[in-house]
Design a protein around this ligand. Structure first.
Ligand code: FAD
Length: 407
């Protein structure tokens, strides 16, 4: 939504250099980078601190992202608490096929639940670096984006009054359901979308993992995934019709399907536990091009959504945030605009690379259950190739780990 006219009370509003909308991994990382360079900023968040620190979502963080977080003093408890994974396992045709990507590439995945990362980033921003963060804001609106003095206004949760923040830049980091994407000018922006026409029942189980690694069950009844999240919590996925009702998936049905779709010779059955999260995600994706319009720059899910097929969304959010934070600091502190000029293009190269890999993986996950015997057979041929061709294995490992350097 664009509110081109100046906000009410605009003469009296506060002045900040950067307003960051959204306190997810993208917004908090941008805020921390700005704060570290003493760039004046404020982060506006619709949820409460408790809400963002407990919302379960991602878990897999790529090695380059961990290195970048550490370099900036933002890794928090991750180095001590993350699990390090060097293999995953495909299960198809009743057999287990372990894929040891660590041996192939010397790179690893880090498993660190998103709420823990967000907790670390909020603590660092607000409690350690003394950053201004306002929780529970309502009805965020963007104004005067076609000028070099935009503004952001919101309803204060305490008083109900509209507050106005004048700024030089707005970082739109408010995720897939935020408002900043809608403020991009329609005549200079396109949003490209794809819908796989597939749903996933996303589950969190209060149960220890049933394997030391991520499992992908490629089964005629549909895809199933197993992702360790910690000693007592495991994420599972079950392919289901798009828009399915989680109520159609009572406890026994979930565990029966998981046992069937993840079943393989010699494999222990999944360890059952209470299901503490159960929701249906539709596998759809979009990309906003470009990610910037004047003084508004989008980062993370606000600018591009990748369904959790390849566990890439949070990694892309972090990649954008590192580039955006650095570019804003360079411009504000040194007058160097090159990072801002190249921001959208630099982000989108990695975004499209990861989208392509997600599409490829989506074909693999869902091909056998497509009902099309030809597609099912070619899917199995692709899978077998990963275990017979070193070249195919190396290419898969590089994309799975996000370790390619030239995007
Ligand atoms: P978000 O995390 O969505 O943060 C946006 C913030 O903005 C939120 O706190 C929201 O409350 C706030 N907000 C929204 N609207 C407004 C508003 N109007 N005003 C102010 N604030 C607002 N990615 C991976 O890389 N690896 C994985 O393993 C992985 N697994 C996933 C599993 C699941 C089940 C899901 C759903 C996603 C997964 N993802 C994964 C994707 C990942 O969670 C997202 O890509 C990531 O959260 C994006 O971060 P973000 O900061 O861009 O947005």
């Amino acid at each position: 939504m664009i509110f081109p006219s100046s906000p009410p009370g605009s003469a009296t509003g506060e002045r900040r250099t950067v307003v960051v909308v959204g306190a997810g991994p993208a917004g908090l990382t941008v805020g921390n980078i700005l704060r570290d360079a003493s760039v004046d900023c404020v982060v506006l968040e619709a949820g409460s601190r408790r809400f963002i620190e407990t919302r379960p979502r991602a878990g897999v963080i790529e090695e380059w992202a961990v290195r970048a977080l550490r370099r900036r003093g933002l890794a928090g408890n991750l180095p001590a608490a993350a699990q390090v994974h060097d293999a995953c396992e495909f299960r198809f045709g009743g057999e287990r096929h372990r894929f040891a990507y660590g041996d192939l590439t010397d790179h690893r995945h880090h498993v660190y639940p998103q709420p823990l990362l967000v907790t670390d980033l909020v603590r660092e921003y607000a409690d350690v670096r003394g950053g201004d963060i306002r929780f529970g804001v309502r009805d965020v609106r963007l104004h005067d984006l076609d000028t070099d003095r935009p503004a952001v206004s919101y309803l204060c949760p305490r008083t109900g009054e509209r507050r106005v923040l004048h700024c030089a830049f707005v970082a739109g980091c408010d995720g897939a359901r935020g408002v900043t994407r809608d403020a991009m000018p329609a005549d200079r922006t396109r949003i490209v979308r794809r819908d796989d026409g597939i749903g996933w029942l996303a589950l969190l189980a209060e149960a220890p993992p049933s394997s030391d690694c991520v499992l992908f069950g490629i089964h005629p009844r549909g895809f199933a995934g197993h992702m360790p999240r910690g000693p007592g919590v495991t994420r599972y996925y079950l392919q289901c019709p798009p828009g399915d009702d989680p109520a159609n998936w009572p406890h026994d049905r979930v565990w029966d399907e998981l046992r069937t779709r993840l079943g393989a010779a010699g494999a222990p059955a999944p360890t059952e536990g209470r299901l503490i999260e159960k929701r249906v995600l539709d596998m759809h994706h979009y990309v906003v091009e470009p990610l910037d319009a004047g003084r508004l720059l989008l980062a993370g899910d606000a600018g591009h959504l990748t369904a959790p097929i390849a566990a890439k969304g949070m990694n892309l959010a972090l990649h954008d945030a590192f580039l955006l934070g650095d570019a804003l600091v360079a411009y504000v502190t040194r007058g160097d605009g090159s990072g801002l000029d190249g921001y959208s293009q630099a982000c989108l190269r990695r975004v499209w690379d990861y989208q392509e890999f997600s599409q490829w993986l989506s074909d693999i996950y869902h091909g056998v259950a497509s009902g099309d015997p030809f597609r099912a057979a070619t899917t199995l041929a692709r899978l077998r190739r990963l275990f017979t061709s070193p070249t195919a294995a190396a290419a898969f490992a590089e994309q799975y780990l996000g370790s390619a350097t030239s995007f």
